[in-house]
Design a binder for this molecule. Structure first.
Ligand code: CP
Length: 308
């Protein structure tokens, strides 16, 4: 059966641990795994802006012995020039894996239904699961474990990053706190699914309005831009609404003294995070950005069945 990675809970807790263990191994020996030898091609389709995702997938696919076939989603016109299903059928005959950054999760689901090869979510409006694999790898490196670790996400609780933290964090057995203003709560269905997963793994999922309460005693602090791609028209209103959730030095001081700080980038200093925090000693954002490559190489290798 062809496996896909469309949302964080597409990997069971055991499978997520297997991928993360492989990611750690590949970080130590980046050129030892050739799961795309041939070279096999991987389609990288972008309907939205990117730096880290394109760079890390391209470099990682090359390291695996494959060819990164970058496809400009606007040129291809997926869903407008031709149907998602027809694009899936065509790319599935040319490539071994399809990686797609787009808007609606439903389009990704349709791609997976027709491609015949693994499809990977490189960010949708709903989830950013590849980022979470890199984030979990980074937390494991700096904290030594994932189970039982408390992570606090500040900002838009209805964003793809908040939703992915809920699913991926609880899959890893973490205690996930999402702090956001009223009106920007996480999707109740995602919270319910995260709570269900947490029941299996010993983690937990909570939504808190008060950012100070959310951060108190946390091991890991996470934030993200207040203006996700597609929300640019709401920038002014969002900046005012989210101001109390800015990750400042006084707010970060409420967490454990050795808490680490994550941000998936791009970052807006003085908005969702203070320069003194992202550029300070608790920040691990550059490790996090590097780990995109290792985590995605592990994911691709796991999905194509090599190295298992
Ligand atoms: N974090 C992340 O996905 O970065 P890009 O949007 O630059 O790919």
């Amino acid at each position: 059966m062809t496996r896909h990675f469309l949302r964080d809970d597409d990997l069971t807790p055991a499978e997520q641990a297997e991928v993360l263990a492989l990611a750690a191994k590949l970080k130590q020996a980046p050129y030892d795994e050739k799961s795309l030898a041939g070279p096999k091609s991987v389609a990288l389709i972008f309907d939205k802006q990117t730096l880290r995702t394109q760079a890390s997938f391209s470099a990682g696919i090359a390291e695996l012995g494959g060819f990164p076939m970058v496809v400009d989603g606007r040129l291809a016109g997926i869903g407008s020039r031709e149907s998602v299903a027809d694009v899936a059928r065509v790319l599935g005959r040319q490539t071994s894996v399809i990686v797609w950054r787009t808007y609606e999760q439903a389009k990704l689901d349709e791609m997976a239904a027709y491609a015949g090869v693994p499809v990977i979510n490189a960010l949708t409006d709903e989830f950013h699961p590849c980022q979470l694999l890199a984030d979990l790898q980074t937390v494991a490196e700096h904290r030594g474990e994932l189970a039982g670790v408390t992570v606090s996400f500040l900002g838009d609780g209805a964003s793809n990053m908040a939703h992915s933290w809920l699913l991926a964090g609880t899959t890893a057995g973490m205690h996930v706190r999402i702090s956001a203003p009223a009106g920007f709560e996480p999707d109740p269905a995602i919270v319910a699914r995260a709570t269900e997963i947490a029941g299996e793994t010993g983690g937990s999922a909570r939504y808190l309005v008060d950012p100070a309460a959310a951060v108190a005693g946390a091991d890991v602090l996470v934030t993200d831009t207040w203006v996700s791609m597609g929300k640019e028209g709401e920038a002014e209103q969002r900046t005012a609404t989210f101001a109390p959730y800015s990750l400042t030095v006084p707010l970060a001081a409420l967490a454990r003294p050795d808490a680490i700080v994550l941000h998936c980038l791009p970052a807006y200093r003085g908005k969702e995070i203070a320069a003194d925090v992202i550029d300070g000693p608790q920040s691990v954002v550059w490790d996090e950005a590097e780990n995109r490559r290792h985590a995605q190489k592990a994911l691709i290798t796991w999905l194509v069945g090599s190295g298992r």
